[in-house]
Design a protein around this ligand. Sequence first.
Ligand SMILES: C[S@@+](CC[C@H](N)C(=O)[O-])C[C@H]1O[C@@H](n2cnc3c(N)ncnc32)[C@H](O)[C@@H]1O
Length: 230
Amino acid sequence: MRTKKGCQLRERISFLNKSSWGFPFISRLDIVAAPFRRGHDSLFSLPPVLFSRAFLANPRAIGAVCPSSARLARALAAKVPIPGNNGFVLELGAGTGSVTAALLERGIDRNRLVIVERDKLLAKHLKERFPDVAVINGNAVKLCELCNRFDRKVNCVVSSLPLLSLPPATVAALGETLPKLLGQEGFLVQYTYRLTNAPSPLAPYMDRISSQRVWGNIPPAHVEVFRSRI
Ligand SMILES: C[S@@+](CC[C@H](N)C(=O)[O-])C[C@H]1O[C@@H](n2cnc3c(N)ncnc32)[C@H](O)[C@@H]1O
């Protein structure tokens, strides 16, 4: 005989399975871990744990096995010009916030930084870690379009988006939108884990003006700066 509690539990399991993008074992892991998690919230909010969970739930959207190292974050931040009075810096795919921390350390004003993160738990973590910075839980492609429409001056976009594993349509949408958003003067600072000299997925849309390898990261990264072609 089916009890009401049993039905509710089955509904919950099926909802979680549907919500985890084809990785049902993560949902089951969540259920098994729930009682443990209640008593160990601080452990589950540690950046490496949050990052691993997000990676297991959706590896293509995370595109890395661990957060960016401090060395990579500093190399990215060093390429970002300090925005003037009417400009701001947009960080895409901020993850656990290593790059955000390096941007603030570099001297970017908290009021001139907007960060966008698609994963809900990572966005929540970013809001807690950087309470004075504007954190948007959303899709970078749509937000780029939105900024474009509102005619706000974006001096620089710093992106940790995993271009090599994101769907080609997403990369194409970013490639179309970013040059318009940045105009003639803005820069895009982007890293990928390409170890060969193959062109960046953004090469058809923007001009590369510099490139640097950063070996102190797992895996080593390729930091590139792009400018609009328009
Ligand atoms: C390589 S990880 C970022 C690592 C980050 N630098 C750190 O140290 O934690 C890529 C991030 O991009 C986010 N992401 C992927 N697609 C996105 C999208 N369309 N819009 C916004 N964020 C996205 C992922 O959720 C993930 O947090």
